[in-house]
Design a protein around this ligand. Sequence first.
Ligand SMILES: NC(=O)c1ccc[n+]([C@@H]2O[C@H](COP(=O)([O-])OP(=O)(O)OC[C@H]3O[C@@H](n4cnc5c(N)ncnc54)[C@H](O)[C@@H]3O)[C@@H](O)[C@H]2O)c1
Length: 262
Amino acid sequence: MSSSLQTRAALVTGAGSGIGRAIAVALAGAGAAVAVADLIPERAAETADLLRSQTTAPVLALHGDVRERAVARQWVEAGHAALGRLDILVNNAGLQHVSPVQDFDEDRWDQLIGVMLTGSFLTIRYALPGMLEHGWGRIINLGSIHSLVASRFKSAYCAAKFGVLGLTKTVALETAGTGVTVNAICPAYVRTPLIENQIPLLAARHGIPESEVIARIVLPNCPLGRLLEPEEVAQSALYLCSDAAAGMTGTALTLDGGWTAQ
Ligand SMILES: NC(=O)c1ccc[n+]([C@@H]2O[C@H](COP(=O)([O-])OP(=O)(O)OC[C@H]3O[C@@H](n4cnc5c(N)ncnc54)[C@H](O)[C@@H]3O)[C@@H](O)[C@H]2O)c1
């Protein structure tokens, strides 16, 4: 059994920040060639530079909006063209918006569902044929604790993330026995800009000071009592790419600090 990814190539969406960047670093550290894709070109370039400073494996920076079919297709095609193959797909791009459902901005709803659910469908749709052809593939979708349980004011996020888990399980069944595995990683709160950006809105929604959001809203659900670090999530992604995880497909790999044990 091997966990070296030296012959593998990966595409990581939303790799310009937080968890996606940590996963790209971990995959490159294990020897994979990595295409880092993000909405913000500067962020993709920054991650690519970071990888180049740490690895000799080929690195590619891509940008665009994963909601657009042409963009998702181009990322997969560019990955194949520049890296020679695409064995690992990490659907990580995402964002949050918190609001009571009756006030939820309709465009924000479309954006959250579009990025996290439709975007994941599109990249899988375009990347899977190459994996099936090679008889090996790893599709890792970033779900969330909110793929498993809901929280108030997060209707679009929960709808998208529950959907991501449904997509994961369906594609896992369709690919079982082909050498391709499809799994979701479902973390509780991770220390990234996505959480930091929610603090003012959560404070307003719950009527508490910003300084109390982590202690009063975020951590009470999580018996572990701390935020997870992006690198901890990246280690789960590495595990799912390893030979040791070849029998694991259609799973929600939950890193919830005990949230769902309650
Ligand atoms: N941070 C957490 O607590 C947490 C917990 C569970 C799951 N997740 C999930 O992990 C993933 C990464 O989150 P993060 O916390 O690292 O967030 P982040 O905000 O640090 O990074 C998200 C990245 O996605 C990119 N992105 C947003 N919209 C995009 C689009 N339309 N096309 C392409 N890229 C786009 C952003 O530019 C950003 O670089 C998300 O799917 C998120 O839902 C996060």
